[in-house]
Design a protein around this ligand. Sequence first.
Ligand code: UFG
Length: 322
Amino acid sequence: MTILVPGGAGYIGSHTVKHLLQEGFDVITLDNFSSGKRELITGGKIIKADLMDKEAITEVFKMHDIQAVLHFASLIQVGESYINPQKYFQHNLVTSLNLLEVMLAFNVKNFIFSSSAAVYGIPESTPITEFHPLRPCNPYGKTKFFIETILKDYARAYDLRFISLRYFNAAGADPEGQIGEMHEPETHLIPNILLFLLGRKDSFNLFGTDFPTPDGTAIRDYIHVSDLAVAHVLALKKLLQSPQSEFINLGANKGYSVLEIIRKTEEITGLAVQFIPKPRREGDVPILLASKEKAEQILGWTLQFSDIETIIETAWNWHRKK
Ligand code: UFG
């Protein structure tokens, strides 16, 4: 069975491609390599193409018998989306609309979408369930919300079947050490601490010390990227069996503050983390914590790697050898 993976050369995409290959799927990674990396693709076919280019996508569907699409390709920086919303709406919406249009033209109806906890905005209550109101508070989160809205209408009108996976804080690296996180620029907490410890960043800033949390720093729900990869393959199998569209949170239902992450990283690496306290980043919410009940019930998902020690250890192993 052939699966098309736009954005398969990115962080979460590449870990999912690795798992799809292990599970015996034929995989075609489609990437424009604007941020994806060839070295993260562990097998299958690679096509360099841009989702802005509808003709190029059409050619891919003409040439291959694709049964499902796992769509990871997206701009992902919340901060940048504030400064340049046009770039985010143009890119994230148009690419997804093009992809869906070509899929439907070729009668391909199975779609797994990379959504985000950013669709919820500032949570009213935690843990956040899938019933929580959707009030995205930055352009990045709005792009995910709009695509989810489009998916619902396409499912109703065109018999599209989709599962939208709302990631909380993806972290860690392949436990086998083959692939890991390679963002440029890197904005995420755990890699930024590790890159600072390795001397590849001059300083490490702690953004926000006055949040309404026990230690004043923001709480996040860190989920291991390999557990995310497993969830995608479970979602794909589920969709192929029963055509029920769903929105599903992917988080560990465990919250750690930034200071707690710093302390854990110090324990694991044996190195002291010097940080510079800074004001909050625009758009950062005090707490994000997922309910994972739906993922467990619907997908039969169980976490293997998402304890915080394994997350930091696998990330540390990856960054050290890079
Ligand atoms: N942080 C620092 N210093 C850094 C980097 C981050 O203090 O160098 C802080 C942030 O301010 C935040 C926390 O660490 O309080 C986590 O920040 P990340 O950038 O690692 O993650 P976010 O929660 O901001 O963002 C992630 C995804 C987004 C997604 C969002 C909500 O990267 O794509 O979760 O789901 F939108």
